[in-house]
Design a protein. Structure first.
Length: 147
């Protein structure tokens, strides 16, 4: 019997949601402090939207578990899920889509941040993978061990 989706991915999904929520809040307050130069307050509704975004982002991360997909395709699917979640939760629902230029600027900034973050994550993953292959134990071809 196959384990249920929640049993298989629930803990990882909850863990990633909490991490994403924390990082998103820190970024939100940091950017607000830099731009506004004052304490930036967040209302409860915005915090809930941020939590919903974090959950959808983490749900999108599960696409990387599918081994049959190409890495580029996985990244495109994750970007599509994340970008549409961002637009829905931070542009459409709060009503920030009245000004087309502002909406476009938000999408462009989000896309640039996504590209930079994805590139950093890709290089870290590549470095870890290279280090892992370099550290693998040597197994002799002819059955003799090295001394």
């Amino acid at each position: 019997m196959k384990p249920s989706f929640f049993k298989k991915y629930g803990a990882r999904l909850l863990n990633n949601t909490c991490k994403t929520f924390t990082v998103t809040l820190i970024l939100f307050y940091s950017v607000g402090a830099l731009i506004i130069n004052d304490r930036m307050t967040m209302n409860f509704g915005t915090a809930l939207l941020t939590l919903a975004f974090s959950f959808l982002f983490s749900l999108g991360l599960l696409v990387f578990e599918v081994e049959s997909l190409n890495t580029v395709l996985k990244l495109l699917i994750h970007y599509a899920v994340t970008a549409s979640s961002f637009v829905l939760l931070f542009v459409v629902i709060p009503g920030n889509n009245r000004n087309g230029e502002f909406t476009l600027m938000l999408i462009v900034v989000f896309t640039l941040l996504y590209i930079v973050t994805a590139a950093i994550a890709f290089f870290i993953k590549s470095a870890r993978k290279k280090k892992k292959t370099d550290e693998e134990d040597y197994s002799p071809v002819y059955g003799r061990s090295q001394k």
